[in-house]
Design a protein around this ligand. Structure first.
Ligand code: GLC
Length: 520
């Protein structure tokens, strides 16, 4: 099975959120299962800094037909670090040689529809010059939806799987009517009205409508999306697609997030690696973290932490409400984002010696916080999957989480696999009482040790979910190209416009242009 996973962000080359971590780790697990998996993303400025001399040219030039004008790209290649998984970088400097992935903090580049449409068209056009035709293209969030539309429009010889990492209103890729022509979608097709109308284009809906198979990042999130009350305006499509929609829980990279081998837990700074059988290192990490953060070094005071984008989705309004009244603990906050939250945490930290706010993105410090704290806070308003709770569990840091999305599938307060504390109604009181239960449990050393052990034994590796993806890829291929369902044989014809098609428009049916094309 040959699979191309396309994502606008991939760890460690460019990361905005959890999507990048998934795109950088799931392929390794698929590779271990024998899938010929490759990854494709844009070549941003940051890619060159990370990949350095490992980068080499895979395709010198490839024509890419945009609606009404011809463009082109080159393709570079490297490997996902620590693996043999090939990763391709689409080079088009006007679109991608920028500092940010989607735009400046809190904003979006005005040409995002054009640059991401280009990425999708380039991906498909590159199969021929690359000499590699995938059986399935795995799409991630709205940035890559157009590939599913193109595949369906042109009956292209590959299946598509669309994974919705976050289908919340702000993450649906919505563009106004006057911009939609730049996507080049053939508006005469019968499926188009479910994602393009007088209000404009909704690319998340396009992915949901056109992909052969759909996954969301946890079973609970899939259920929430089916319900019109929690379905973020896509529940109609999710219901329509029925069994084509599957909730597949994300995993984390167990090689990278491993307290036994984590290189950031270096002994020079007082940190130490640890495991279930050798927990003394965890106590060393707590002391080292307290020291590094300038907190009083107090082994018996519970150390709370939160590592997150400072975003409304993350339940920070609840934390802001209860924090002023919280005593008998220490708190470390790591993250950047909305100014109101940055100001709030900075002020709390200035007033109280037991609170520290590191308002930045810092991968090394994140590892140290996961390792050195006792309790991890994740009071999210909604959380499609959530990776922070999985990492904290692996490092024996007990999560206090809201019962929503993937948190509901990974954090349990009762039963044999109890590994944390959970609350449901989205109120400060409910959050506070879950936290109080955690703080009370912390006082009982033996019970807390047992809880930590269960946390560390929770299995959130990719193993099970990667196997499910293989089945989903097979279904997608069977759906798109029934003749190739059983045995993926060599493709009969190339998928896309060859570079020689440069002079004529590649699309069989030309989309109606509503506006003059921009100058390239
Ligand atoms: C998004 C979601 C998060 C999920 C991640 C990876 O960032 O908000 O819940 O874990 O994608 O799928």
């Amino acid at each position: 099975m040959k699979v191309l996973l396309v994502s606008a962000e991939v760890t460690p080359f460019a990361k905005v959120g959890g999507l990048a971590d998934v795109a950088g780790s799931l392929p390794k697990a698929l590779h271990d299962l024998g899938v010929d998996i490759r990854v494709l993303m844009p070549k941003y400025r940051s890619v060159v800094n990370v990949a350095g001399s490992d980068l080499h040219r895979a395709v010198e030039g490839c024509a890419v037909q945009m609606p009404g004008f011809l463009s082109g790209c080159a393709l570079d290649e490297s490997r996902l670090p620590g693996s043999d998984v090939p990763i391709y970088f689409v080079e088009h400097n006007d679109y991608f040689w920028r500092d940010a992935v989607y735009g400046p903090p809190g904003g979006a580049y005005p040409d995002n529809l054009e640059r991401l449409s280009f990425l999708c068209r380039a991906a498909v056009a590159l199969f021929a010059p690359l000499g590699w035709q995938p059986d399935v293209v795995h799409l991630n969030d709205w940035h890559t939806s157009l590939i599913a539309v193109l595949a369906k429009e042109g009956s292209l010889p590959f299946g598509t799987v669309f994974t919705g990492h976050n289908l919340g209103g702000a993450y649906q890729g919505v563009f106004p009517p006057e911009q939609t022509w730049i996507s080049g979608i053939d508006e005469t097709k019968p499926w188009v009205p479910s994602f393009l109308d007088d209000n404009g284009l909704n690319l998340a809906r396009a992915g949901l409508a056109c992909a052969d198979m759909i996954t969301t990042v946890s079973p609970t999130y899939a259920k929430e999306l089916r319900d019109p009350k929690t379905g973020a305006g896509v529940s109609d499509l999710i219901r329509e697609r029925g069994k084509d929609v599957q909730g597949v829980l994300n995993g984390i990279d167990y090689g990278y997030w491993n307290p036994e081998t984590d290189p950031y837990l270096s002994d020079e700074d007082g940190y130490a690696t640890f495991s279930l059988d050798h927990l003394s290192g965890k106590a060393a990490c707590k002391a080292a973290l307290q020291k590094e953060m300038g907190l009083p070094i107090q082994p018996d005071v519970p150390l709370l932490s939160i590592v997150t984008r400072l975003d409304d989705q993350k339940g920070l309004d609840l934390l802001s409400e209860i924090l002023p009244g919280l005593r008998g603990m220490q708190l470390v906050v790591l993250g950047t984002g909305a100014k109101n939250y940055e100001d709030f945490f900075a002020k709390q930290a200035a007033m109280r010696p037991e609170i520290v706010a590191a308002l930045k993105f810092d991968e090394k410090l994140a590892h140290r916080i996961y390792a050195g704290s006792d309790i991890f806070l994740m009071p999210s308003r909604f959380e499609p999957c959530g990776l922070g709770q999985m990492i904290s569990l692996r490092y024996g840091t007990v999560p206090v989480a809201r019962k929503t999305g993937g948190l509901n599938d990974t954090v349990f307060e009762t039963g044999k696999s109890a590994n944390g504390f959970i609350f449901e109604p989205y109120t400060a009181e409910d959050f506070k009482s879950a936290l109080d239960r955690a703080l009370a449990a912390y006082q009982d050393k033996a019970a807390w040790a047992a809880l930590m052990a269960r946390a560390m034994k929770s299995d959130n590796s990719w193993t099970a979910s990667a196997t499910r993806f293989v089945g989903i890829y097979e279904e997608a291929l069977a759906h798109a190209v029934p003749s190739r369902a059983k045995k993926p044989a060599a493709p009969k014809k190339p998928a896309a416009a060859k570079p020689s098609a440069a002079k004529k428009p590649a699309a069989a049916k030309k989309p109606a242009l509503k506006k003059k094309p921009p100058i390239q």
